[in-house]
Design a binder for this molecule. Structure first.
Ligand code: ADP
Length: 197
């Protein structure tokens, strides 16, 4: 059984996935997989350098993400090409890593679970949700960014109401970390029971 764990930036996905991990549940992070498929020396990075030229790489031979973002921002054709290259690879890797996790279920952590159609890989989904003001406050405390930068990322993600409508389970993470832990533990029992059916 695969559980999708999602939520906007700063909603508490990482905090929630740490709770699942403390319960012995394997978590696969879609963002980490997305970075790994274009790691230095990967076939996908070679294909990208072939299409966009070697100035898409840093002097250390890694992907220059800012350059690539700029290129796909200005060309829909390049964006479509890149997505056609990367999305199947990312999915394949995610599935391979999920398969390696122990039973009874594993968790796919993805901020853009719904935006990228990754919920199709999942049996059930969990939305971790907080108001935007809490997202701004927690992210500015966590990272060296300002509230405007956080807001731009929030605006680029699917709205909360849409995500709430799609998710199987909903956790409001406005309380303490201990309350988040209790909510995840209840879900864990639900998933274990469901898997045993
Ligand atoms: P995400 O992975 O969704 O971006 P995080 O799990 O990193 O979000 O949470 C954002 C920040 O808020 C982190 O610094 C985290 O420790 C903190 N945080 C998460 N949940 C709570 C909570 N219930 N109470 C207080 N701080 C929290």
């Amino acid at each position: 059984m695969i559980i999708g764990l999602t939520g906007g930036i700063g909603s508490g996905k990482s905090a929630a996935s740490r709770v699942f991990e403390s319960l012995g549940i394997g978590c696969v992070d879609a963002d980490v997989v997305a970075r790994d498929v274009v790691a230095k020396g990967s076939p996908a990075l070679s294909a990208i350098a072939e299409r966009f030229g070697s100035d898409i790489l840093t002097t250390k031979g890694q992907l220059n993400r800012a350059s690539l973002r700029e290129r796909i921002f200005t060309s829909n054709e390049d964006k479509t090409w890149l997505e056609a290259l990367l999305h199947p690879l990312i999915r394949e890797q995610i599935l391979a890593q999920l398969k390696q996790q122990p039973p009874p279920y594993s968790v796919l952590v993805a901020p853009l679970l719904f935006e990228n159609g990754l919920e199709a890989l999942c049996d059930e989904t969990v939305l971790i949700d907080v108001p935007e003001s809490v997202q701004r406050q927690r992210v500015t405390q966590r990272d060296s960014v300002n509230a405007d930068q956080v807001q731009r990322i929030i605006d680029s993600q699917m709205g909360r109401a849409d995500k709430q409508a799609r998710a199987t389970h909903y956790i409001e993470n406005t309380g303490t970390l201990a309350q988040l832990e209790t909510a995840i533990l209840a879900l864990h029992h639900h998933f274990v029971a469901k898997n045993a059916q």
